[in-house]
Ligand binder design. Structure first.
Ligand SMILES: [Zn+2]
Length: 357
């Protein structure tokens, strides 16, 4: 048995390694594809900061016992019945949306994220400001961030399944009219189990006709079949999460051969009980199968993470090499919803970077 002092030295060395990996990972150019804007706690934090009586907003409404809820129900409770959901309507102003988008982009730029796709789809934001109003407020922050920090960004409009196919179609119509405001794609999210993809075929087809990229949350709470359906019925080019693809070898081959990219968010998967730990996360198996895999933060404020920490955690725990980290980032550049020439330039930018050690 090792002496306590030796144990202590080993732990200190381990911590120092993780710290130095974090520094390298923070410096290398990155691309992030799966990042939600307004389901995070950003607006709530802003309300707490601005309001003269902060106690009005600061009661902890966190779930008492997350383990009591499973699958999408747990996510719903975490996001909407939790603190993030208790935000007064008057906080949804264009100015505040510009501020939180600016915060998000500043945080991304500080980690040398060169391009990020930010998702927006909250019912309350769209109700208060309209789809165009919300996107205009975000675009103001994006222009400012690009001018100041050189970070480029595109927006994905999220269609929430439980709000039904009619609303999805109407929102796609509005999103398609906002391509001048950096809208590059749509994202289908929400309750996979009770709202099958077939319900949203028309909405997604309309988005495709408008030239928007298609990403679908699938293979998260439901099995590999939902990924097959997202690809074949909805023409998904990317899959949000998709970790359960690992259960189906034929699907892995398909994803590899057709370059359908998985947007993996390790902390989110673990917090929602989809993987027991980073060590048991299927990311390594997916990577080994040649599937285009990307690493993302999903909802950084709610999950208390960011893309650097996500990469450091998979690198440290799964023992990924510097080349494998570059492969993950490169896969994100390749799968960005950008014109081909811009995507290639982005890929070169992140590939020529010095590799992390
Ligand atoms: Zn998501």
């Amino acid at each position: 048995m090792a002496a306590p002092a030796a144990d202590g030295r080993r732990m200190a060395r381990g911590a120092a390694c993780i710290m130095s990996a974090m520094v390298s990972l923070r410096l290398i150019p990155k691309v992030e594809l799966h990042l939600h804007l307004e389901t995070s706690l950003r607006l709530r934090r802003l309300a707490e900061y601005d309001h003269p009586d902060r106690r009005a907003y600061s009661e902890p409404h966190l779930i008492a016992d997350p383990g009591a809820f499973t699958g999408y129900d747990r996510l719903r409770r975490l996001r909407y019945a939790g603190r993030a959901g208790r935000i007064p309507d008057e906080v949804y102003t264009a100015e505040n949306i510009t501020r939180i988008t600016g915060d998000l982009l500043t945080a991304a730029a500080a980690q040398n994220v060169r391009y990020v796709e930010v998702r927006v789809g909250g019912r309350r934001g769209f109700a208060a400001l309209g789809v165009r109003g919300m996107l205009e407020a975000m675009a103001r922050a994006a222009e400012d961030a690009e001018r100041r920090n050189g970070i480029r960004s595109g927006f994905l409009v999220t269609l929430v399944r439980e709000r039904g196919p009619e609303e999805a179609e109407a929102i796609v119509g509005e999103a398609a009219a906002c391509r001048d405001l950096r809208v590059v794609g749509i994202d289908l999210a929400g309750d996979e189990a009770n709202y099958p993809p077939a319900m949203f075929m028309r909405a997604v087809e309309r988005a495709r006709q408008a030239g928007l990229g298609i990403t679908v949350h699938a293979g998260e709470f439901t099995g590999p079949t939902s990924i097959w359906i997202a690809i074949h019925q909805l023409g998904a080019q990317r899959i949000g999460h998709g970790i359960r693809a690992v259960e189906d070898p034929e699907l892995l081959t398909y994803l590899r051969d057709h370059r359908v990219t998985l947007e993996i968010c390790p902390s989110s998967n673990i917090r929602l009980g989809l993987a027991p730990s980073v060590a048991e996360h299927p990311l390594r198996a997916l990577l080994a199968a040649g599937v285009p895999v990307t690493v993302n933060s999903d909802d950084p404020v709610l999950l208390d993470t960011d893309i650097t920490r996500e990469l450091a955690s998979v690198q440290g725990t799964l023992g990924l090499s510097a080349e494998e980290i570059t492969t993950l980032i490169r896969a994100a550049a390749r799968a960005a919803f950008l014109p081909q020439a811009v995507r290639r330039a982005l890929e070169d930018e992140v590939t020529q970077a010095p590799a992390a050690s």
